[in-house]
Design a protein around this ligand. Structure first.
Ligand code: ATP
Ligand code: MG
Length: 498
């Protein structure tokens, strides 16, 4: 059964039972109220009857007499109001009326009367009168009257129950109508309450379906401070957390893909070098005196490849985005020369000439492999975009920093193109894509990130058809780094002492 019908049924049952109980107790109350009222008025009638018709006779031994004519008039008047009365003397004999229609006073009632107690009663059953007729049920009172502490008369006054009950029935009918109307109104109200509750639950259900379909940015309007409202608030918290978790998963996936792309990009270079040297050996085109050098280069590149694989493909590092730099002091000029050597054959293919302008010893504090990556990528670009030109690698010391410039006389770039070159996958224009080497548009993005990791700066100046200069500034070791390095040294020496 649908929830709304269950709720309506429950509401209906509660309301119906309440109304039934209320109806019964109100019915009883109205009956007793009407009866009490009736008894009171009967007493008043009887009092005024006695007042008007009774005379006290001080001389006679009988003491009291009733005026029959007054009683007759009173009877006519009261019968108009459906009130019937009988007057008894102190010996329980009927004084008036003498038509045989009078009720009998029972012994029990008479006992009460002699104690000056008023008897109120309802003769619910029809009963036989002294003349053999049947008298309908009545509501009546028996009231004693005393004179000089002596019982002188008893008046019985009554109305037919059917007359009184018609009043009670009318009240009950009105009551029933009222209860019926309130039942309808409360059913309408409960229908609205139930359907509001249902609407909110349906909204929640629709949202849950959306969530199960992977849409986490959904929020449900609470619309109340009740339990459903609390459930909606909890649901919204849940979708919020799910959305955050999902975003984190997506971010990590993007990061993972970036790292894989970067790693592939960087592995291509040493692999190309190694493959080139192996080809040279295979076809015996490397002169005897160059062979040792070539094998050293191959071995260096293999080591670099191993380090690259170890570091870049560590999933935990990718996940937490924490690639640690292994910084140390070394001679930057040596790196420049080795790159020139490595890219020599590629440069000569483009008929480019290399030049190095740097002191023999140019100290730098950096991660060796990352520094090679930086210079290699920029120089590689210079060869790519320069035909029959000169590529100059300049190294110099700045204030607490080492400055490397890679200058070419190639095709250059417009200001507009220079703006975006550090973006991932950016290539200055489509025509360059056809060139032999520039392929993925990742190189400078990687360089930019590596320079930033070193706390350094990279900038570019370029003019179309004139050439391009990239400037990389790597800061020297900071005091904090010095301290940390000393601490590390001390700790490792302590360990060896032990
Ligand atoms: N020295 C340069 N002279 C002219 N244009 C350059 C130079 N260096 C880079 N560019 C421009 O910047 C773009 C981005 O360079 P980047 O090294 O990031 O990518 P790529 O060389 O195209 O591809 P790869 O990922 O293989 O390095 C290049 O496509 C090129 O248009
Ligand atoms: Mg490149």
């Amino acid at each position: 059964m649908k929830m709304i019908y269950q709720q309506l049924l429950a509401f209906f049952l509660v309301i119906a039972v309440t109304i039934l109980l209320l109806g019964i107790s109100f019915g009883r109350m109205s009956k007793s109220f009407v009866y009490n009222d009736e008894w009171r008025s009967l007493e008043k009638y009887s009092d005024s009857l006695v007042q008007q018709s009774l005379t006290v006779n001080t001389k006679s031994s009988q003491q009291v007499t009733f005026s029959l004519s007054t009683l007759k008039t009173a009877q006519a008047l009261l019968e108009n109001q459906s009130v019937h009365f009988t007057v008894f003397n102190q010996k329980n004999r009927v004084i008036y009326p003498n038509n045989g229609l009078s009720p009998k006073v029972t012994k029990n009632d008479w006992r009460h009367l002699t104690k000056d107690q008023i008897v109120r009663k309802v003769n619910n059953r029809n009963f036989k009168l002294s003349n053999g007729k049947t008298r309908p049920a009545m509501i009546e009172i028996l009231k004693p009257y005393y004179y000089n502490k002596k019982l002188v008369a008893v008046v019985s006054a009554g109305v037919f129950v059917s007359d009184v009950n018609s009043n009670v029935d009318r009240i009950n009918r009105d009551l029933l109508k009222g209860l019926g109307v309130s039942l309808i109104i409360s059913m309408i109200i409960s229908f609205f309450i139930a359907s509001r509750l249902n609407r909110r639950i349906s909204r929640l259900r629709a949202a849950a379906t959306q969530v199960s379909n992977g849409n986490y940015d959904i929020r449900v309007k609470s619309g109340g401070n009740d339990e459903i409202g609390e459930l909606i608030t909890d649901f919204n918290h849940m979708t919020e957390s799910l959305e955050k978790a999902n975003q984190e998963i997506q971010r990590q996936e993007e990061r993972r893909q970036e790292f894989l792309a970067d790693a592939a990009h960087e592995m291509r270079t040493p692999l190309t070098t190694i493959s080139g040297i192996l080809e040279g050996i295979k076809y015996d085109v490397i002169p005897q005196e160059q062979r040792g050098k070539s094998i050293d280069l191959m071995s260096n590149e293999t080591q670099r490849l191993i380090r690259l694989v170890n570091e870049n493909l560590d999933y935990e590092k990718i996940r937490s985005n924490s690639i640690r730099l292994e910084k140390r002091h070394f001679n930057a000029t040596k790196v420049l020369s080795s790159i020139v050597e490595q890219l020599g054959s590629k440069a000569s293919e483009s008929k480019d000439r290399f030049e190095i302008q740097a002191p023999d010893d140019l100290p730098i504090y950096a991660d060796y492999d990352r520094f090679v990556q930086i210079v290699f990528n920029i120089t590689n670009n210079a060869i790519q975009f320069t035909d029959s030109g000169t590529i100059t690698l300049i190294g110099e010391r700045g204030y607490n920093e080492t400055i490397i410039r890679i200058k070419d006389t190639g095709i250059g770039m417009t200001k507009e193109q220079q703006k975006n070159i550090f973006e991932r996958y950016y290539k200055a224009d489509a025509s360059r894509r056809a060139r032999k080497y520039g392929e993925s548009g990742l190189g400078l993005a990687i360089v930019h990130q590596l320079v930033q990791q070193h706390g350094g700066k990279i900038s570019v100046t370029s003019k179309p058809h004139k050439g391009t200069t990239f400037t990389v500034i790597i800061p020297d070791q900071t005091d904090a780094e010095k301290k940390a390095a000393e601490n590390n040294k001390r700790k490792s020496s302590e360990r060896t002492d032990v």
